[in-house]
Design a binder for this molecule. Sequence first.
Ligand SMILES: Cc1cc2nc3c(=O)[nH]c(=O)nc-3n(C[C@H](O)[C@H](O)[C@H](O)COP(=O)(O)OP(=O)(O)OC[C@H]3O[C@@H](n4cnc5c(N)ncnc54)[C@H](O)[C@@H]3O)c2cc1C
Length: 462
Amino acid sequence: MTQRSERVTIAGAGPTGALLAILLRRRGYRVTVYDARPDPRRTSEESGRSINLALAARGINALRHVGIYDALRGAMVPMRARMIHDQAGTVTRQPYGSRPDEAIHAISRGRLGRLLIELADAAHGVEFQFEHRLIHADFAAGSAQFVDLRRDALLEVPMRPLLACDGAGSQMRRSLRDAGLIDAREEDLAHGYKELSIPAGDGGAYRLEREALHIWPRGGYMLIALPNDDGSFTATLFLPNRGNPGFDTLSGREAAADFLAANFPDAMALMPDGVREFLQHPTGFLGTVHAAPWHHRGMTVLVGDSAHAIVPFHGQGMNCCLEDCLAFDACVDLHHSWEDRFAAFYARRKENTEAIAAMALENYLEMRERVADPGFQLQSALSRELERRHPGRFIPRYSMVMFHPEIPYRIAASRGLVQSRLLARLTAGVASLAEVDFDEARREIDANLPPIDQDLSSVMKL
Ligand SMILES: Cc1cc2nc3c(=O)[nH]c(=O)nc-3n(C[C@H](O)[C@H](O)[C@H](O)COP(=O)(O)OP(=O)(O)OC[C@H]3O[C@@H](n4cnc5c(N)ncnc54)[C@H](O)[C@@H]3O)c2cc1C
């Protein structure tokens, strides 16, 4: 590691801040990370609950880059398919990919976060200051104010630079917006979420298919469950905030119990504490953050959720943030001044993060409604068949996003649009794969979907 005297400050020790700290430390910078939370290595998992998320190829790529992936592998549970649970309790399996290695992976959020901080601290010498909250940024003076929550004392930190990885509710984003330096808005979804749990069976047995992401689609809302490595599942109920049903009208015990029993009877049979958890656990908010630009001079830049938080329906929020860190690191390598680095990072990532934000919103409708539709199931099966017949030209959009980190999000979105129109045409009036006109498919693919390598080579030149 080359030693530089230059100090970099990071606000936020979430996945983005911790990974960025490691990458900058590897380049020789002295890095201090401030976070409002207590040190997660000294506290038990959030309120004793096990909360997990889906890790896919983009995130794995970034974790491999800093050598942390192998330490996590043992704790990950591969999810190879969606299991769709209909109202009558019938379960249908929909594979995520065409190849056995095309899986996404459930991982404990707390374990991943702690490992990144441990690696940053112990192996790389990053300095962490927990219980320090960023409260204000003065862009004329070039300094930021933190409160040391343990001592109730103010701390002035120069922004030379300060990288703001302080999450969806970013204080730095709000300060930049309030100072008129960027445009930023938070677009709330009218739906929220609640985390529930499905405990393990006897001897740590899984009481649902282990290697799958389970979905109970119910049109206007849905329940999902991801496996943990101890036999339990973490379930999340997504529901409108207001209305009937809505979180506001289901605040009483009887209404909540009736709603859960009527809509998710098979899942409720596996959740002895379901109603209590529903009533006691907080309702989480969901939304999309739009900001432009993400930086001010060479002083500060937004990275991760602070710049572009998205709704969780593609399981890509953190994957995208970890990919941000690699892109940022490449910009540090390519440019000399922080101002040029920030501008290059924004230019590289803005369009891609907008693309994944839009795809994540679309996926909510897909998960809560379309997955249960036979027409959608036929199109999914046809996607996989077209990929088999036309490798390198037709790649299902879900696969481009989840399994192909070499394909930027914006290309996945634009090719995905061409493909979805083609799938609609090929399945119109058709009941099974055997009835699909594969000659027409070949003609259309040859005409409208150039080999993916062609698209990617033009990206490299940009
Ligand atoms: C219900 C749900 C499910 C999700 N599932 C997935 C999934 O399956 N796969 C996936 O890839 N992504 C998922 N995500 C998204 C993922 O959680 C985020 O994209 C990711 O955590 C963002 O990382 P970050 O480090 O940028 O922000 P955060 O994880 O929010 O970390 C921000 C850090 O900054 C600190 N901080 C905040 N404000 C201040 C301040 N003023 N001063 C100092 N420190 C501060 C916080 O304490 C925190 O440690 C999900 C999100 C939700 C809500």
